[in-house]
Ligand binder design. Structure first.
Ligand SMILES: [Zn+2]
Length: 88
């Protein structure tokens, strides 16, 4: 069961969504980053998810300069899963 409707051979939507934070943080290696960029360019649901995550991170960064408390991270992850569930 894939998240988006686009079936790309390089990487699945599931994989993209699992590692989207690494992509946003620029922690993927160059090859992987390119694959992600390719996928996001052709997969609207993942692109939306990526921009949603990026926005969340910006909000968190601006609200709390210190490290994000673990319980907050868990709550946000739950929210994201909830959103995914409702987008199916
Ligand atoms: Zn996708």
């Amino acid at each position: 069961m894939s998240y988006g409707s686009v079936d790309l051979s390089e990487i699945s939507c599931e994989e993209v969504l699992q590692e989207i934070e690494l992509y946003i943080d620029g922690e993927l290696d160059a090859d992987r980053h390119a694959i992600f960029a390719d996928h996001l360019a052709s997969c609207t649901p993942c692109l939306h998810h990526a921009s949603f995550q990026a926005r969340l991170k910006e909000i968190l960064r601006s609200k709390c300069r210190q490290q994000t408390p673990e319980h907050l991270v868990v709550r946000i992850r739950t929210m994201i899963r909830f959103e995914r569930f409702h987008q199916r």
